[in-house]
Design a protein around this ligand. Sequence first.
Ligand SMILES: *[C@@H]1O[C@H](CO)[C@@H](O)[C@H](O)[C@H]1NC(C)=O
Ligand SMILES: *[C@@H]1O[C@H](CO)[C@@H](O)[C@H](O)[C@H]1NC(C)=O
Ligand SMILES: *[C@@H]1O[C@H](CO)[C@@H](O)[C@H](O)[C@H]1NC(C)=O
Ligand SMILES: *[C@@H]1O[C@H](CO)[C@@H](O)[C@H](O)[C@H]1NC(C)=O
Ligand SMILES: *[C@@H]1O[C@H](CO)[C@@H](O)[C@H](O)[C@H]1NC(C)=O
Ligand SMILES: *[C@@H]1O[C@H](CO)[C@@H](O)[C@H](O)[C@H]1NC(C)=O
Length: 287
Amino acid sequence: MRVQTLGLAAVLSSSIPLASGQCSRDALQAAADHYVATRSTGLMNLRPLLIENASYIENNNATALTGGVLSQTMIPAHNRSTIDTTACATYTELIVVDEAKPYVIGTQIRYKATNTSSSPDGPRYGGLRAVLIDSVVSTTGSWMFNASQTLSHVIEENWGPIVDASKRDTRATLQQAADRYLDLWGPNATAAAEKVPWGTPCRRLEGSMYTGQGRPDDRCDVGLPEGSSPPNTNRRYVIDEEAGSVNVLCTFQTMQDAPDSHEFRVEGGRLRYVHTMTVCACVFGGR
Ligand SMILES: *[C@@H]1O[C@H](CO)[C@@H](O)[C@H](O)[C@H]1NC(C)=O
Ligand SMILES: *[C@@H]1O[C@H](CO)[C@@H](O)[C@H](O)[C@H]1NC(C)=O
Ligand SMILES: *[C@@H]1O[C@H](CO)[C@@H](O)[C@H](O)[C@H]1NC(C)=O
Ligand SMILES: *[C@@H]1O[C@H](CO)[C@@H](O)[C@H](O)[C@H]1NC(C)=O
Ligand SMILES: *[C@@H]1O[C@H](CO)[C@@H](O)[C@H](O)[C@H]1NC(C)=O
Ligand SMILES: *[C@@H]1O[C@H](CO)[C@@H](O)[C@H](O)[C@H]1NC(C)=O
């Protein structure tokens, strides 16, 4: 109980705008922070953020709130959240390096704005309540999985806000960059690759495998698919113009319909970083 009280106190003490029927950046950040904080304290503590009948999807599969990793506790060594004020959603990347139960988890949360003045608990998270939690949970056995190695690369990268607002890409540009990359798997990989806005340097973290070597000419267009392959479908997006980030959860059909997360950092319309999580113990290209 003590932990729960502390967690809520932290959220309440930050100056969150009260419910306005809108999904403000501050409220969404507070909500995502609450999700992160409760990973180490448990589902009970997460519940105040959820609507009564909130849904949970784990690895593209409808799951009971009590049925998957959401009900476990874990100590994240890394967390980073992006904010989509248009879709009223957040995306959080978590890395847990626990040797017995390591995880790299990508979670999209979708919220609705509620009228908190009618809540007996008073306003929290600007009146936001999570309607859907949608996680891709990679762990030992997932594609190229090694949480500590993933962490070692992630902490070297800069995903900080794009401070100069005039340099931020539009939502449409961000989504298009993600879609064009994910369309590498489709009828013609060669034609698709010509449309991807590759940046230089670009560093791809595929599970724990990194294409970056700290060089100014590091590339992401290495080891690409060839010819024709099944598409990446069931795409769900969280787009943050301020962070230059677009996350997509999808079904990676080329890898045995694996649950998959791809997050892109885009700067000046071009890919800067790519992070992937794929819950598949399959051979690449195999079916
Ligand atoms: C989440 O990450 C931030 C730094 O980005 C850190 O200050 C905070 O303590 C982390 N939260 C948890 C619960 O680990
Ligand atoms: C869940 O809640 C939403 C909004 O609060 C409502 O529209 C919907 O009917 C509810 N669904 C169920 C199955 O109770
Ligand atoms: C989805 O969840 C159900 C119930 O937990 C389980 O039986 C099934 O194997 C899961 N499907 C996939 C594709 O993980
Ligand atoms: C919120 O609820 C209160 C009490 O039910 C009501 O008076 C008020 O008009 C509502 N506000 C909005 C924005 O719906
Ligand atoms: C993960 O990678 C590190 C190097 O970064 C290595 O020392 C460790 O043995 C690897 N762990 C596993 C389980 O392969
Ligand atoms: C794929 O696209 C490339 C480049 O546009 C083109 O040269 C090639 O003929 C296409 N291949 C097929 C099988 O359509």
